[in-house]
Ligand binder design. Sequence first.
Ligand code: 5GP
Ligand code: ZN
Length: 139
Amino acid sequence: MSCVFCRIISGEIPAQVVARDEGATAFLDLSPLADGHVLVIPDRHVARLDDLDAPEAEALFRSVVRLSGPIRDALGADGSTIGINNGEATGQTVPHVHVHIVPRWKKDGGGSIHSIFSAGNRRDVSEVGDVLRAALDGR
Ligand code: 5GP
Ligand code: ZN
C-alpha cells in the first residue's frame, strides 16, 4: 500500500486524526494553510471525486458538512474555504480524494476561490451551456 492517505486510514503512519466517520476520516494537514486545516478523505482509494459511487460521496460530504462548523468554531474562525483539487492539472498531489477544510478569518489576507483563476478569453456562455446540457442530458 503506497498511498500515504490509505496508510493514515490504516494507522500505518501517524497523523492528527480528528474524526472518524462512517466511510470518511478527517485529519490535520501536515503543511497547514491555516490553523485547523483539515483533510477529509473517503475510505476507498480513488483519485477523483467522480470515481466515488453515490453512497461513498454521500458519506464523504456528510462528514464535511458535519465537521466544517465545529472546526470553524473551535478555532474561532469566521468561515472556511472548502475545496478539492480534482486531478493532477489542478495541483492535486495525493491521488486519493481529499476535501480541504481551511478555517478563514476576516483579515487573514487570503483570497477567495476566484483568486485562483486568471481572466482570459472565454467561450460564449450560451455555447458552453449547450455543450454541457447535451453532455449531461439524462445523466
Ligand atoms: P493536494 O495538493 O493534493 O490537494 O493536497 C494534498 C495535501 O496533503 C497537502 O496539503 C499536503 O500538505 C498534505 N499531505 C501530504 N502528505 C501528507 C501526510 O503524510 N500527512 C498529512 N497529514 N498530510 C499530508
Ligand atoms: Zn489511498
